[in-house]
Structures are given as structure tokens and as C-alpha cells.
Write a protein that binds this ligand. Structure first.
Ligand code: S3P
Length: 437
């Protein structure tokens, strides 16, 4: 196996054995920096994910006048400025490839009195932003952007008035939308509420509360309500391992015969652990042990042994709990007995890439059959992956999914544009290699 700047090649064969950790959770790492910046005092973050996306968040907050140190590769010290301490940036804020940075910062900047401009890479500039700018404009924010404030670059003019507190009924189950509105709600004239159709990841609710925000959760968590201008205080945050990164290894060890892998310190927040339910449903051999609560987030060690999987149908309320894991679940489905159907997942089309189209296109290059549907995929099981050359389209999760498919291919699999893996899982190739024998 060889990872250069652009290419990852996977030679099939062997099994996966041993134990490892995975890098810190991406969603939690972003939030630790953002909330730390808005709090008074110092926030210490341990096991921070030093992936490109989270480094973009650090870069943006430094440009907003926040002093952020990295005393070690995964240790971050954020010297918070308080809710009203951010400064007008001297330049455009570049979020790189990070949708979470873009959407959550838009919520924060909507409540500031100064002017700012947000942009990002080609993928970010294609992704829909109206889902956050519409409700924020309803709250009184002054935002302009391409296609009627739907596409970056976005210019946020700033307001001297507090924003208007609203009750927003979100049409999508999106933690980025929910979080952007709750963060704007910190700068509103009353209680801001967001209701979503299905529960999305709740890291914002958990972590903002621990910083001191007055946040209530109603309707089984579907509605979150926040009071404005709380005093937020710096925290010590231990970031759990990212279950979305662990997912690649959980699937790899399930499908490669003779494997047994233990992953330590993995976040198993119930709004994120749909992958465990689906793998169990498919017949995987999973043991979740040593469950504990770390900085308000449930964490466990997970051991997985290879098993014969069977196809399943994935739809409805579980989708937001595994949205980022669907590409690697599709790979697992290739090796299962029977067909797997993924429905209700149209959101996959507006991720870093159109993950339905891109995954189907690239998996076909490896010699398998995958049927694309408007909101998902139909994946026949018991397929033989041939191997070949594929392209990540600059999407980290597509690159890693194709790499795992390559473990069971007849020939070598070469993934182009594999540098994107650093967005969420720096060291992926080395970690995978360390488990192979
Ligand atoms: C994220 C929310 C999800 C997820 C993304 C991270 C977050 O996006 O896909 O990788 O940190 O809030 P949506 O909120 O758009 O579903």
C-alpha cells in the first residue's frame, strides 16, 4: 500500500487484526473551537482532529481575532473572546472543503456588527447555503451571495440590532442548519427555537449547554430552544474518536475473512450510531464494551470480527444517524448475501460530492453493479470487485470507501486524488496498514 500526495493503491489479500484508535470526531472538534472562541476564558481541547476541515475552522477564528494555540498535534488551546469579542476580519474567510465551518460560522457572523465574507473550495461553492441563509435572513441578518444567497461566496453585512428570535421549522434533518440557527440565537432578542423533521446529531446541544448556554430540548429532542446572550465559560474537552472514521474499519474487518479488530475510544452518541444498528442487522459480529461518558458524549471500545453479512433496507429515521456512513455501508452491501436498498437519502447528493452519483460511477469502474435511484441506491450482493483505477472526486469518504472495497478485489485498486482523505482521517492509510497481515 502506498499513499503519495495524490494516489492510494490497495493490494488485496490478508486479514485485519489488532487494535487501534481513530482520530478525533470532526463535528465535535469544530464545535470545540467555535464555542471556545465565543466563551470567556480558555478552552482546552484534547484529541482534536487535525484534519483539513477542522484546521480551516481554526484559521477562520484566528482571522476573527481569536488567539488559538496548538501545543501538540492534537491539543488545542482557544483563548475565548466572549460573545461580543470577535473582530472584523481583514480578509475573506476561507472554509476550504468544510460545510460545517461554512454553515455554523454563517450563523455566528449573522449576529455580529461587522462585515465579513465567506468562501471555500469548488465543492463548497457548489453546495446549497439557502438552507441556512433563508432562516438567518428571517432573523434579520443581512446576507448576500450568488444565486440569491444560496451559493458562496457569502457576504454578511453585520447588524447593530440583536437578531429576531424565531421558531424555525426546518424542512431538512440537518445538524448544520439546526446549529447555525441556534448559534445565531445567541445574538437574538429572545428565545430561538428550531424544529427538525427527524433528529440530527446533537453535539451542539450537548456542548453548548456544557459551556453554559440555556438550552432546552422538547418533542423528544426534535425541537431545541436557546436563550440569547448567556455567559459562556471555557471548558476542557476530550474529543471522542470519530465513529464516521471508525466506520471504514468496522466494515473492513466485517467483510475481510479472518479479521478481528478492536477500536478504542469511539464516540457512540445515539444520534450518530446508526452504522452499528445497520451492521448488526446485516449480521456483523460487533461487541461494544466499556461504555462511558466523556465530556458529555458517550464513548466505548468496539470489537468486530468478520462475519457473513446479509443485505438490508435502510430508510426513514435512521438516515440522519448514518448519513456520512452510507458510502461505506454501500461497500459492505457488495459483499453481503442478497440485495441492499438505501432510500430517503437524497441529502447524499449535496455532500462534498453527489455521493450517490459519484459512488455508483466509481464502483462500476471496479467491475460491480450498483443502481442509482433519486434518493439512494440498490446494491445487489455477492459481487466480485475486479479492481482498477478510480477517482475520489476530491471527496474523503468516497476515497476511503473505494479503498476498503479494494481490500477484497481480484487485482490492485488505485485511488486518484486520495489527498482528500486528510479532510477527516489523517493517517488512514497507515492505520489500515498497521492492521493488515
Ligand atoms: C455535520 C452534519 C452533517 C454531516 C457533516 C457534519 C455537523 O451534515 O453530514 O459531515 O458537524 O453538523 P448536515 O447537517 O448537512 O446533514
Amino acid at each position: 500500500m502506498h499513499e503519495s500526495h495524490q494516489i492510494l493503491s490497495i493490494t488485496p489479500g490478508g486479514s485485519l487484526r489488532g487494535e487501534t484508535e481513530v482520530p478525533g470526531d470532526k463535528s465535535i472538534s469544530h464545535r470545540a473551537v467555535m464555542f471556545g472562541a465565543l466563551a470567556k476564558g480558555t478552552t482546552r481541547v484534547h484529541r482534536f482532529l487535525p484534519g483539513q476541515d477542522c484546521l480551516s475552522t481554526i484559521d477562520c477564528f484566528r482571522k476573527l481575532g481569536v488567539s488559538i494555540e496548538m501545543p501538540g498535534p492534537t491539543e488545542v488551546l482557544v483563548h475565548g473572546k466572549g460573545l461580543e469579542g470577535l473582530q472584523e476580519p481583514a480578509d475573506v474567510l476561507d472554509v476550504g472543503n468544510s460545510g460545517t465551518t461554512m454553515r455554523l460560522i454563517t450563523g455566528i457572523l449573522s449576529g455580529q456588527s461587522f462585515f465579513s465574507v465567506l468562501t471555500g473550495d469548488g465543492s463548497i461553492r457548489r453546495r446549497p447555503m439557502a438552507r441556512v441563509t433563508e432562516p438567518l435572513i428571517e432573523m434579520g441578518a443581512s446576507i448576500r451571495g450568488r444565486e440569491g444567497a444560496n451559493k458562496a461566496p457569502l457576504a454578511i453585512y453585520g447588524t447593530e440590532q440583536p437578531l429576531k428570535a424565531i421558531h424555525y421549522q426546518s424542512p431538512v434533518a440537518s445538524a448544520q442548519v439546526k446549529s447555525a440557527i441556534l448559534l445565531a440565537g445567541l445574538f437574538a432578542d429572545g428565545k430561538t427555537r428550531v424544529t427538525e423533521p427527524l433528529l440530527s446529531r446533537d453535539h451542539t446541544e450537548r456542548m453548548l449547554s456544557s459551556f453554559g448556554a440555556k438550552l432546552n430540548r422538547l418533542d423528544r429532542g426534535l425541537t431545541a430552544e436557546i436563550e440569547s446572550f448567556p455567559s459562556l465559560h471555557g471548558q476542557e474537552i476530550e474529543v471522542p474518536g470519530d465513529i464516521s472514521s471508525a466506520a471504514f474499519l468496522l466494515v473492513a474487518a466485517s467483510i475481510v475473512p479472518g479479521s478481528e479488530v478492536t477500536l478504542r475510544n469511539i464516540g457512540i452518541n445515539p444520534t450518530r450510531d446508526g452504522i452499528l444498528d445497520v451492521l448488526r442487522e446485516m449480521g456483523a459480529n460487533l461487541h461494544v464494551e466499556n461504555e462511558r461518558l466523556v465530556a458529555g458524549e458517550p464513548v466505548a471500545d468496539i470489537t468486530v470480527q468478520s462475519a457473513s453479512l446479509k443485505g438490508t433496507t435502510i430508510e426513514g429515521a435512521i438516515i440522519p444517524r448514518l448519513i456520512d456512513e452510507l458510502p461505506i455501508i454501500a461497500v459492505a452491501a457488495l459483499f453481503a448475501e442478497g440485495t441492499t436498498i438505501i432510500k430517503d437519502a437524497a441529502e447524499l447528493r449535496v455532500k462534498e460530492t453527489d455521493r450517490i452519483a459519484v459512488l455508483a460511477e466509481e464502483l462500476r469502474k471496479l467491475g460491480v453493479t450498483v443502481e442509482e435511484t433519486p434518493d439512494g441506491m440498490i446494491i445487489p450482493g455477492n459481487q466480485q470487485v475486479k479492481g482498477g483505477t478510480v477517482d475520489s472526486h476530491g471527496d474523503h469518504r468516497i476515497a476511503m470507501s473505494l479503498a476498503i472495497a479494494g481490500l477484497l478485489a481480484a487485482d490492485e485498486t488505485v485511488i486518484r486524488d486520495a489527498a482528500s482523505i486528510d479532510v477527516s482521517f489523517p493517517g488512514f492509510a497507515a492505520t489500515l496498514q498497521s492492521l493488515r497481515n
